[in-house]
Design a binder for this molecule. Structure first.
Ligand SMILES: C[S@@+](CC[C@H](N)C(=O)[O-])C[C@H]1O[C@@H](n2cnc3c(N)ncnc32)[C@H](O)[C@@H]1O
Length: 285
């Protein structure tokens, strides 16, 4: 792929068009993505004249925000396997008047870039979603220039621990504590700073910096939580999969009730989300 520079004063030609299409892309991103993206934006080094790649850029975040914050001296690429999300991201880039952005339909497992052509790669909440994260890490190492960086943000093991303890208690109530092993695997899938750093190192990176933080997501109760659109979209399926089909209705009835009892005793359902920013570097040989 040919990396082309952006025209620096294109902003003089920008005109906001008041149309359904324009207004529809002034929407906000999910608060879930935003929490991690703000963490990324807090620590990421902003330097001029570089080439940036966002892997797993979804509907355009944080790609488009970075393209705006870095300005036209930075060429920004996004890549995602999710075609409809890429179309949405292109529509946003167009409506925002961003000329330094290109979005690629494709996989981070096979990046369409030459060796040593990219300065900085970011990924907000990508790592947990890649089927072959080691392949992605190796591709990132290949396309990064010597000294280039890969900065990721992700949720860590311990995420929503209050919810998962109630889930575990509910498994015991339906006399299926044997399913606790599935739950353990599901929870630990997220990894720790240690296990994620080890993955960077195993694939040829050194760790430049890492930061951790956490935030709380508050819900009125279990009923609100289980009905929240983003919970249904992002997690519900994986929680259902851990329970045999014939037990799902009774299990989720009990789970909802237990979460509601927990919320009543605890002044609402407050769930902890630990997060990490990890920056790996391709060290100069
Ligand atoms: C949790 S979403 C994060 C999206 C966005 N970065 C955000 O912060 O909202 C993970 C994204 O990774 C994408 N993804 C999964 N596997 C991928 C791959 N092999 N290559 C590129 N993107 C991938 C998904 O399609 C999805 O858009």
């Amino acid at each position: 792929m040919q990396i082309t520079p952006t025209n620096m004063n294109d902003y003089l030609n920008y005109k906001f068009t008041d149309s359904v299409s324009s207004v529809s892309t002034f929407d906000e991103l999910p608060l879930w993505s935003a929490s991690f993206g703000l963490f990324l934006l807090k620590y990421l080094e902003l330097k001029s004249g570089r080439t940036l790649l966002d892997i797993g850029s979804g509907a355009g975040f944080p790609l488009l925000e970075l393209a705006g914050r870095l300005g036209p001296s930075t060429k920004c690429y996004g890549i995602d396997t999710w075609i409809n999300a890429n179309d949405r991201a292109r529509q946003k880039a167009n409506n925002y008047g961003l000329n330094n952005v290109e979005i690629i339909d494709g996989s981070a497992e096979k990046l369409p870039f030459d060796n040593t052509s990219i300065d900085l790669i970011v990924s907000n909440l990508g790592i947990n979603n890649f089927s072959n994260p080691d392949t992605v890490f190796r591709e990132c190492l290949r396309v990064l220039k010597p000294g280039g960086k890969l900065a990721i943000t992700t949720n860590l093991n311990g995420h929503w621990r209050e919810f998962y303890r109630v889930y575990e208690e509910t498994l015991a109530q339906i006399s299926r504590p044997d399913l606790a092993l599935k739950l353990k695997v599901h929870e630990e899938h997220r990894g720790s700073v240690g296990s994620l750093s080890a993955m960077f190192i195993a694939n040829g990176f050194t760790i430049a910096r890492h930061f951790t933080d956490s935030f709380s997501m508050r819900f009125l109760d279990g009923t609100a939580f289980l009905n929240h659109y983003f919970v249904k979209l992002g997690w519900l399926e994986s929680w259902k999969e851990m329970i045999p089909a014939e037990l799902q209705v009774s299990f989720f009835d009990k789970l909802e009730q237990n979460l509601n009892d927990f919320a009543l005793a605890d002044n609402g359902l407050s769930l902890t989300v630990p997060m990490a920013y990890i920056e790996g570097q391709k060290t100069v040989a």
